[in-house]
Design a protein around this ligand. Structure first.
Ligand SMILES: [Zn+2]
Length: 750
């Protein structure tokens, strides 16, 4: 039986979604003097239960209606008798600034309309004649924007009250009541005379004891840290591993942090602040901060140098951006907006999987699951599989692309485990016969991870797969992706072409998205408008507006892409092209002066062209818009600590084909050491195949010539194939022949 009581007692903190979202209904007002347009608008949204649609035949009528009712969105015609749309929307802006205002107009060059856009009276305009899908998408996006603006306002209010606190903080006399001097004295590290001098100094200088000590150089910093670590109960933490929540750093001014050598790190739940301190013996300082912030303070001991460099990074960067910051918060879709579910795994939950398994007490389902997630996060796993077998449940993690058995759990745990996951992802616990999917954001002490949950019923019970997306995963530099020198050169040329489409292809999990983000990041400049459309968002990029595809509410790739094109983008990243509609819009965008990046499922760079034609694109469109294709696979890298040369079994060489079957290749392997967990591998590396659409290739594609013909041309241009790139990477000791076989399979076609 499922133990629901245990589940209900969950210590997990869940953020409640904002009120605006739970209300769920939006009131929209259409204003037009043409009755048939009003009727058409009503019809379009009739099936959308989220919207309440009202109509008004004139500006005056609209204003009258708005005085009695709150509207989230007004969509108005411009040319109307009496009050024109521009004037109506300007009045609405003044009276109801929260309402989003959209103009329907027949003429985008109309000066009055453009003026209204510039003055902020009109949020965006839709050109007549409009089509249904565009209108739907524009409305959905506008309301999303509405939520963001509301959220941002709440944030601004909070910041306002925080700035009062900041003033109080600035007035706070510098705390100089640390016990550090005495502590060091008791360890024989400071003399009586030095203590006395220290006391005089801190009276006069009003600087923290620790700072004075470091200035004098009486005791080395590392020794002070060691003494503090021994003598205080405060846990010590390596700061570089911790990420700092920018919302939280605004709680305490940078100058104060610098003087007192503290740094706010993040919130633990709603009322407790995790604070890095260099001198935890200064209890008064912590008390003062508690009083002023109104929050419980959970101090952790951090090295002085770590605090200082982090302060410089956090506050330095923030100050540089100050003027534009408000704008950025409004404009870029916050990743949180669409992520109402948040689960926090607390720092002090002592839940390592190993410890849990060794413990004599039976772990609770919550402990077990938290431990599993933490374990997966710590090993950089990309997926967790919970697979029920006949008598046992196996939990496996995909690490570096390979599934590894983690633990086996007795079957009687399984129902409770699945229920716990369903509760976290807000899925239906009672539903056990249909597939379900959901998402959760997990805050662990190490990092924030977005998880996509998928549950399918199997004959042995429900199988759960959780995909982990590291929200702060660093975007790799292009040079770090493992391109061969020749390919890297070609890629750099490719990226510098200002228009056209670049495709990354390969199976799921071959690192396509990672490559595209690196390409994007490589050329990023503030002079261009970047938009990414993804499902899900895998990398967060400050400079780009990132939109998440939500097919359940009709916001799919093609719809967002069309709406995006009206927002004057320069560079667009489309998560995936999977249908003709998306392909057509993407290629059209590439032909009209945009740089487009996307992915496609295709076996090789050459197959990609054929695949695009299969989808239904015309050869001349493909040949003129496509600039290059990167096909890739991920293989595990040989561990650098334990690499040795090796022999490879003749059978394997035979299977890998003639390229491998020569005496010119050296082979290596990892023997297995502590660093690589005895696996012989550490990290991953891509093997690539690049196709650049040179004049010659372009001409062949335009004529609809066969893949074989294009392959001949590519050979002439010396584009190495996947296998050729793989051979080079085996020979240089980066990966093994086994890995190539695992990923590319047998090369013998008989
Ligand atoms: Zn090793």
């Amino acid at each position: 039986m499922t133990d629901y009581n245990a589940i209900a007692d969950s210590p997990v903190v869940r953020e409640s979604p904002s009120q605006e979202i739970t209300e769920g209904k939006y009131r929209i007002l259409f204003v037009d003097d043409e009755r048939n347009i009003l009727q058409a608008s009503k019809r379009i949204f009739r099936k959308e239960s989220r919207y309440i649609i009202d109509t008004a035949a004139s500006g005056q009528e609209a204003l009258a209606m708005m005085s009695g009712e709150k509207y989230h969105l007004v969509i108005s015609d411009n040319k109307m008798p009496g009050m024109v749309g521009v004037e109506l929307l300007a009045q609405i802006r003044d009276r109801y600034p929260d309402t989003i205002r959209i103009m329907l107009t027949g003429d985008s060059d109309d000066q009055a309309v453009m003026g209204a856009v510039k003055e902020g009276a009109v949020y965006r305009f839709i050109l007549k004649p409009w089509n249904t899908e565009d209108l739907k998408a524009t409305v959905a996006l506008a309301l999303e924007q509405y939520e963001l603006i509301q959220k941002n306002k709440t944030l601004q209010d909070e910041l306002g009250s925080q700035s009062n606190r900041q003033k109080a903080l600035d007035k706070l006399s510098l705390s100089t009541r640390s016990r550090l001097g005495e502590l060091l004295h008791s360890h024989g590290l400071l003399s009586e005379a030095q203590i006395e001098e220290l006391n005089t100094l801190r009276q006069n200088r009003k600087t923290s004891v620790l700072k004075l000590l470091l200035e004098r150089g009486w005791v080395p910093e590392s020794t002070i840290y060691q003494v503090l670590e021994q003598e205080t109960t405060v846990e010590s933490v390596a700061l570089p591993q911790l990420q700092v929540d920018p919302q939280v750093t605004s709680l305490i001014p940078g100058q104060f942090c610098e003087r007192q050598m503290v740094l706010p790190l993040k919130m633990l739940g709603k009322r407790c602040l995790l604070l890095a301190v260099a001198d935890p013996t200064d209890h008064e300082l912590i008390d003062d901060l508690r009083f002023i912030s109104g929050l419980e303070i959970h101090p952790v001991l951090v090295k002085v140098t770590d605090i200082q460099s982090k302060i410089a990074a956090v506050y330095g960067e923030k100050q540089g951006l100050q003027p534009a910051q408000n704008l950025v918060t409004v404009m870029s879709p916050s990743p949180d907006a669409a992520e109402p579910i948040e689960v926090v795994i607390e720092e002090d939950e002592d839940i390592s999987l190993e410890r849990l398994l060794r413990s004599t007490k039976e772990p609770s389902v919550i402990e077990l699951l938290n431990a599993l997630i933490l374990e997966a996060v710590q090993h950089n796993a990309s997926d967790i599989h919970i697979q029920p077998r006949e008598k046992i449940v196996v939990v496996r993690c995909r690490i570096d692309g390979v599934l590894v058995d983690k633990i086996k759990i007795p079957s009687n745990y399984h129902p409770a485990l699945v229920s716990r996951i369903k509760i976290m992802a807000e899925l239906d616990i009672a539903e056990r016969r249909r597939p379900q999917d959901g998402r959760i954001t997990i805050k662990t002490p190490v990092k924030i991870v977005d998880m996509r949950i998928s549950i399918i019923p199997t004959i042995n019970g429900e199988k759960v797969v959780m995909r982990l997306l590291d929200r702060n995963a660093p975007i790799f530099e292009l040079a770090a992706l493992g391109f061969s020198a020749v390919n890297l050169d070609r890629i750099l040329n490719l990226v510098s072409i200002p228009q056209g489409i670049i495709l990354a292809t390969g199976p799921t999990g071959s690192g396509k998205t990672t490559t595209l983000h690196s390409l994007l990041q490589h050329q990023v400049t503030s002079q261009k408008n970047y938009v990414t459309i993804e499902d899900p968002v895998e990398y967060y990029m400050d400079m780009a507006s990132q939109v998440r595809v939500q097919e359940k509410i009709g916001v799919d790739f093609a719809t967002i892409l069309r709406a995006t094109l009206r927002q004057d983008p320069d560079v667009i990243l489309i998560g995936e092209i999977r249908d003709l509609e998306t392909a057509e819009v993407a290629f059209h965008a590439a032909l009209t002066g945009h740089q487009v990046y996307s992915t496609l499922h295709a076996n090789s760079a050459l197959d990609t062209v054929a695949r695009l034609l299969d989808i239904g694109l015309k050869p001349y469109i493909v040949s003129s818009a496509l600039t290059g294709v990167i096909s890739q696979r991920l293989v595990r890298k040989i561990c650098g600590q334990c690499r040795v040369s090796t022999e490879v079994a003749p059978g394997l060489l035979h299977a890998l084909g003639p390229l491998f079957n020569t005496n010119d290749i050296s082979f290596f392997k990892g023997q297995g050491c502590r660093k690589c967990g005895r696996s012989g591998y550490s990290g991953r590396l891509a093997v690539h195949e690049l196709l650049i659409l040179t004049e010659e290739v372009r001409a062949l594609v335009a004529k609809g010539r066969s893949t074989a013909d294009i392959q001949k041309a590519a050979k002439k241009m010396h584009f190495p194939s996947l296998l050729e790139d793989a051979v080079a990477k085996v020979h240089s000791g980066q990966t093994t022949a086994d890995e190539i076989y695992r990923v590319l399979g047998s090369q013998i076609i008989e």
